[in-house]
Ligand binder design. Structure first.
Ligand SMILES: Cc1cc2nc3c(=O)[nH]c(=O)nc-3n(C[C@H](O)[C@H](O)[C@H](O)COP(=O)(O)OP(=O)(O)OC[C@H]3O[C@@H](n4cnc5c(N)ncnc54)[C@H](O)[C@@H]3O)c2cc1C
Length: 451
């Protein structure tokens, strides 16, 4: 049976979903609902608690539930809220990753679940606009992406400039020689995706509550930092001398204690605040600004059926964007890491310098949009690891704690695969561990390698 988004949302307004609706209305409703369930016996006996209902936490909770776990999902402000990294309007999904085969695989592995989720929702979550990356010349990223796709027997297309100029004349192709085109990929409606998935999770028997979990570690001291770091800046956590023991419950800032057999922390840019000693200097939240511009009235050239999701590799100084999805404006962002950003305190107003920067780029590459009105902007944060690799690993000393995060500006598309991997890891079902996702591989000096 096909369930519409309206049915999902009205479904969670009653019965098992009351907690989610309460989350939107305010914490008191949620607690009242939760307490009444707890006294009725419904809240006891969780086997897994997932902290953080962004893309990574929601897909992890969903996968744990599907494995037969009794799962409680907590979030301090609500699924894909305004400051969460998953709280934006849209995210790119693509499979070109240069030589980084692991991410090509994960993007493809996730596509089926995104399509499934899109089917469950009354409005699309996956928008198959196609994705076009273009480059000043054939560089290693292009040849390596093609080689990885060939090896994995996955489709991708290399396009010469003349072909791109014929198909997309609304782009100025000066200085561009080659493109990589992925017609199977496109854009994900991010906030809608997370809300829909949490609604599905609740409908399937998972429990969601609004609650802020207190930090698991006390704030780091300089002694802690030096103990946790090797001279080279790589984590020495595998050899940490702290005693290994399971975590016996989590406390919320509201004064509740929740217990389960295992705990997954998918706290996005807040992970360094929850684990300041371990992750305080290994995850780097940075300020990122995104802009949306209105095309001319009646101009169809920037509609999703006329323009793919795109990125200009621009000699390594990447700009990317999307067509005018759902008439919210043509999206553009500069993929350069911004200043360090505290997700709680960071100012969310765009800077005139960043607006001028994208207008300058538009003038050069999308001239028809250069003087068009700005209709929306967002300031969000990437939660970067040192090199852009994800973090999905067991805590080095707390034996029943798993850490999931470091989406590093490219994680959203992978969230279904991340959730599956994390659930397999936490339940002991994982056959092969990916060393690039380990805590031990996370350095304390930023050097971005994954694009
Ligand atoms: C501007 C921008 C553009 C991006 N573009 C792309 C893109 O095009 N393609 C792509 O694939 N990826 C992209 N990304 C990256 C992607 O969006 C993120 O990697 C992904 O959303 C991270 O999800 P998350 O679940 O780890 O974190 P979040 O979405 O931040 O979720 C973490 C959750 O944990 C909760 N939490 C934190 N601490 C606590 C606590 N103590 N108690 C309870 N709850 C807590 C928070 O409230 C939050 O809801 C982009 C990111 C940004 C910011």
């Amino acid at each position: 049976m096909r369930i519409t988004r309206r049915a999902v949302l009205s479904g969670i307004a009653s019965g098992a979903g009351a907690a989610l609706v309460g989350a939107a209305a305010g914490g008191r409703t949620v607690r009242a609902a939760a307490e009444s369930r707890a006294t009725a016996g419904g809240g006891a006996g969780w086997t897994s608690i997932v902290v953080g209902a962004g893309a990574f936490g929601a897909w992890t909770a969903w996968n744990l539930l599907r494995k037969g776990e009794r799962v409680l999902l907590l979030d301090a402000w609500g699924p894909a809220h305004a400051r969460a990294s998953s709280g934006g309007e849209s995210r790119v999904t693509r499979s070109a990753y240069g030589a980084d085969e692991v991410y090509t695989r994960m993007a493809w592995d996730s596509l089926t679940e995104w399509r499934w989720l899109s089917e469950r929702s009354g409005l699309p979550i996956f928008q198959q606009t196609g994705v076009l990356f273009f480059f000043p010349r054939v560089e290693p990223y292009v040849t390596q992406s093609i080689e990885v796709h060939r090896r994995l027997k996955l489709p991708t297309e290399q396009l010469p400039r003349a072909e791109m100029a014929k198909r997309w004349p609304q782009i100025n192709w000066d200085g561009i020689e080659v493109g990589l085109y992925e017609p199977q990929f496109g854009a994900l409606m991010a906030r809608r995706a997370v809300l829909t998935l949490v609604a599905e999770f609740v409908k399937a028997g998972g429990e969601y509550r609004l609650a802020a979990v207190a930090p698991i570690e006390a704030a780091a001291t300089s002694a802690d930092s030096s103990r946790a770091s090797s001279p080279a800046g790589a984590a020495s956590t595998g050899a940490d001398s702290s005693p290994r023991a399971p975590l016996d419950g989590i406390r919320t800032l509201q004064g509740d204690t929740f217990r389960a057999d295992k705990y997954v922390f998918a706290c996005g840019p807040w992970l360094p605040k929850v684990f300041p000693t371990l992750l305080g200097d290994r995850i780097f939240p940075t300020r990122q600004e995104v802009f949306f511009f209105a095309p001319e009235a009646g101009d169809t050239r920037f509609q999703p059926n006329r323009l793919p999701t795109w990125a200009d590799f621009n000699h390594g100084d990447i700009f990317y964007g999307m067509p005018d999805l759902e008439s919210r404006g043509f999206k553009i962002a500069h993929d350069k890491h911004g200043a360090p950003m505290d997700p709680d305190k960071g100012d969310r107003q765009f800077s005139p310098a960043a607006l001028a920067d994208v207008r300058e780029f538009l003038k050069m590459r999308f001239p028809a949009l250069a003087a068009r009105p700005l209709v929306e902007s967002r300031v969000c944060q990437y939660e970067n690891s040192s090199n852009g690799d994800l973090l999905i690993d067991r805590h080095p000393t707390q034996t029943n704690v798993w850490l999931v995060g470091a989406g590093s500006g490219h994680g959203f598309k992978h969230a279904p695969a991340v959730g599956r991997y994390a659930a397999d890891l936490a339940t002991g079902a994982l056959k092969a561990i990916e060393p690039r996702f380990s805590v031990a591989s996370k350095a304390t000096v930023q050097q971005r390698l994954v694009h």
